[in-house]
Design a protein around this ligand. Structure first.
Ligand code: SAM
Ligand code: SF4
Ligand code: SF4
Length: 381
């Protein structure tokens, strides 16, 4: 029986304490068993935010008027240390997690990140394999860091890039950062052997929709998998409006006007992207030209397969991107919880999970954008 936790509502760091006294009697999960939430979804993927800071101010994520120079970012003492992150990651893997994604904020701003990568790459899944270890970055510092990250054990990387046109890109990142530097970062990642590389483009109607086809043309045949993401109503500060979402079906229509595409099967259960391959003259998938992905978080919810948990920069466990509260694992870590207690706490929290925000989005009352939710830069995308 999942325990009822008290609820409090804060935009950034709302948290629910995880009472140690309840842990011993809480979970029905047994080590080695399959851990499922209330909708029978396993826990396979954990995204770990390593900083709430960023060197970009993408308007859909960290708009300048909210994330200004006096914004109260977390103090260093509040962040989980690398040892704390690694200890929690070990418990996640013991519960069946296979994939770890480092994110933020901008993860490459976290000092000595390659030390954390090295620690995480030494962990093992329940099957005795190295975890699928990856990282999402805006690419600004990638040219400088790609080699060291690869040497530390990072396997692959996702780079966010919202356009190729320099003026459009500078406007999207809102710090006047040049696109050429991100493209150099992607090349450096390829040269360092980080692969396959994915590039994520958030499509915001009226901002970068004219970049869809040029982006596809640029990455076609490059080995990079380009994915188009619908602009989401995540967080509470981006002033999201439905009419700024360009549904994936329309993105696909534009692509199909320019290229012959054919649908590809999902690689794995819980995959967020619908895959489309470039077709050859015979209508078969031309593997050398590669593929693109469509992530339709708004127009076609995929909560039914959602197997992801998110660990915030200060050690709050979030069960949904749209959650307004997390579960405080840092206090457990810092008050002497044993590994078994930590694993039991995570198992217990996952077993109580019922989240499916995107499926319910249309049916939720319109709060005029005032819904209190955690920011993506804090929880990790
Ligand atoms: N700073 C890194 C980056 O941009 O790749 C990692 C963190 S960022 C929060 C992770 C991903 O979330 C990025 O691909 C970004 O484009 C995406 N993202 C942020 N806000 C979003 C929104 N409102 N809708 C859709 N995707 C969003
Ligand atoms: Fe920074 Fe990434 Fe958010 Fe853009 S999407 S503001 S790069 S954290
Ligand atoms: Fe998963 Fe929440 Fe997104 Fe649904 S809305 S796919 S439960 S993170």
């Amino acid at each position: 029986m999942p325990l009822a936790y008290p609820t409090i509502a804060l935009v950034r760091a709302d948290s629910v304490s995880v009472p140690r006294t309840t842990l011993a009697r809480a979970p029905s999960w047994t080590p080695g068993g399959t851990l499922l939430d209330r909708r029978a979804r396993p826990l396979h993927d954990v995204r770990i935010s390593v900083t709430d800071r960023c060197n970009f101010r993408c308007s859909y994520c960290m708009p300048k008027d909210v994330f200004h120079k006096d914004y109260p970012y977390l103090p260093h003492s509040a962040l989980l240390s690398f040892e704390e992150i690694t200890r929690l990651a070990r418990q996640f893997l013991a519960l069946g997690v296979r994939k770890i994604r480092l994110t933020g904020g901008e993860p490459l701003l976290r000092k000595n990140l390659e030390v954390l990568v090295e620690q995480l790459s030494g962990l093992r899944t329940l099957e005795g394999q190295a975890p699928d270890l990856t990282l999402t970055t805006n690419g600004a510092l990638l040219a400088r860091k790609a080699k060291a990250l690869r040497a530390a054990g990072l396997q692959r990387i996702t780079v966010s890039l919202d356009g190729l046109d320099d003026a459009v890109f500078r406007a999207m990142n809102d710090v006047d950062f040049p696109v050429a530097d991100v493209l150099r970062g992607i090349e450096a990642a390829q040269a360092a052997g980080l692969g396959p590389i994915k590039v994520n483009m958030v499509v915001k109607r009226g901002c970068n929709e004219d970049e869809i086809v040029p982006m596809a043309r640029h990455f076609r045949g490059s080995g990079v998998v380009l994915r188009f993401i619908e602009y989401m109503d995540v967080g509470a500060s981006n002033g999201w409006r439905m009419d700024e979402v360009l549904p994936s079906a329309q993105v696909l229509a534009r692509l199909q006007d320019a290229f012959a595409l054919l649908p590809l099967p999902a690689n794995a259960a819980g995959e967020t992207a619908q895959r489309w391959g470039y077709a050859d003259a015979q209508g078969r998938h031309d593997a050398s030209a590669g593929e693109i992905g469509l992530i339709s978080s708004v127009s076609q919810a995929f909560c039914g397969d959602c197997n992801r948990a998110r660990l915030s920069t200060e050690g709050q466990l979030y069960l949904c991107l749209f959650a307004s509260q997390g579960h405080d694992l840092r206090t457990l870590l810092r008050t002497g919880a044993s590994d078994a207690e930590l694993a039991a706490a995570i198992a217990h929290i996952w077993q109580g999970r019922d989240d499916r925000y995107s499926e319910l989005r249309g049916a939720l009352p319109d709060t005029g954008g005032a819904r209190r939710r955690v920011e993506m830069s804090y929880i990790g995308g």
